[in-house]
Design a binder for this molecule. Structure first.
Ligand code: ADE
Length: 263
């Protein structure tokens, strides 16, 4: 049996997170489909398709389905930002998802709270191998690239002192969380919640339904409280773009090393 050639779909929610990757791409070709630009090409020896999903679960779900059906990706990675929800999760930390839950899914009394109807699941698990590779990329980035990727001024501005990598539960919903009280509700309903965002669990459900391995990494841009909107905009411009570029670089280089038996 012939194995399909690997092709990685790389999704981000906002432009700044992907601009550097597109600039770096070899043999780039853009295909416009359903209000999205899908850019196919090569990054650090890996065949990829990069696309901006825009924000929210529906936007992420349609983009993921198109990547799989039309662009024939064999795996999906999502890089983006999130609000910190775990006790020890700080701005500048990285959260790699082990599981994703749609925190706004509520079909009671027909189905239990958070359960996605007819799947019998209230959370979707990421692919272990891809997740381990992403954690490896995150750790390498923080130990080797952070100091050069960001100016000392920006590291000081965002108080990025020794950022950490966490792995665990991410919650997604069509809601930008910007009140401590709302975050508190989510944390008490979802023990172990590390981060909140607006796309990951939708990507997860689509990949689950298609049987496509996926992994998701989020850089913490804000604390999901009153200051979150201001922190989010500043952070994306200055920091998230650098994080996304170097994480994907590290991920692809590691992959290429594994493929060729070097590194
Ligand atoms: N993405 C980044 N910060 C977020 C927040 N506070 N709520 C939802 N999604 C986010």
């Amino acid at each position: 049996m012939q194995t399909r050639q690997r092709r990685i779909g790389i999704i981000s929610a906002v432009h700044q997170e992907q601009a550097g990757l597109i600039e770096h791409m070899e043999q780039a070709n853009t295909v416009h489909c359903a209000m999205r630009d899908y850019v196919t090409g090569r990054l650090w020896n890996q065949e990829v398709v990069c696309v901006l999903s825009r924000m929210g679960k529906v936007a992420a779900a349609t983009t993921t389905a198109t990547l799989i059906e039309r662009f024939q990706v064999t795996e999906v990675l999502f890089t983006g930002v999130a609000g910190g929800a775990g006790e020890h999760v700080r701005v500048g930390d990285l959260v790699v998802a082990e599981q994703l839950i749609q925190h706004d899914m509520d079909c009671r009394p027909l189905f239990p709270r958070f359960e996605v109807p007819l799947t019998r699941l209230d959370r979707f698990s990421t692919d272990q191998q891809l997740t381990n590779q992403l954690v490896h990329a995150c750790s390498s980035f923080l130990s080797h690239d952070l100091e050069t990727a960001l100016t000392q001024e920006d590291r000081g501005l965002f108080q990025l002192h020794a950022p950490q990598v966490h792995r665990g539960l991410i919650g997604s919903g069509d809601e930008f969380i910007h009140h401590a009280e709302r975050l508190g509700q989510l944390r008490s309903m979802l023990p172990g919640l590390l981060a909140v965002e607006m796309e990951g669990a939708a990507v997860a459900q689509v990949c689950f339904e298609f049987g496509i391995p996926f992994a998701i990494v989020r850089t913490i841009s804000d604390s999901a409280d009153a200051g979150s909107a201001i922190d989010f905009m500043r952070f994306i411009d200055k920091v998230a773009s650098q994080y996304a570029f170097h994480l994907i670089r590290r991920f692809c280089e590691h992959r290429t090393g594994l493929d060729t038996g070097v590194g």
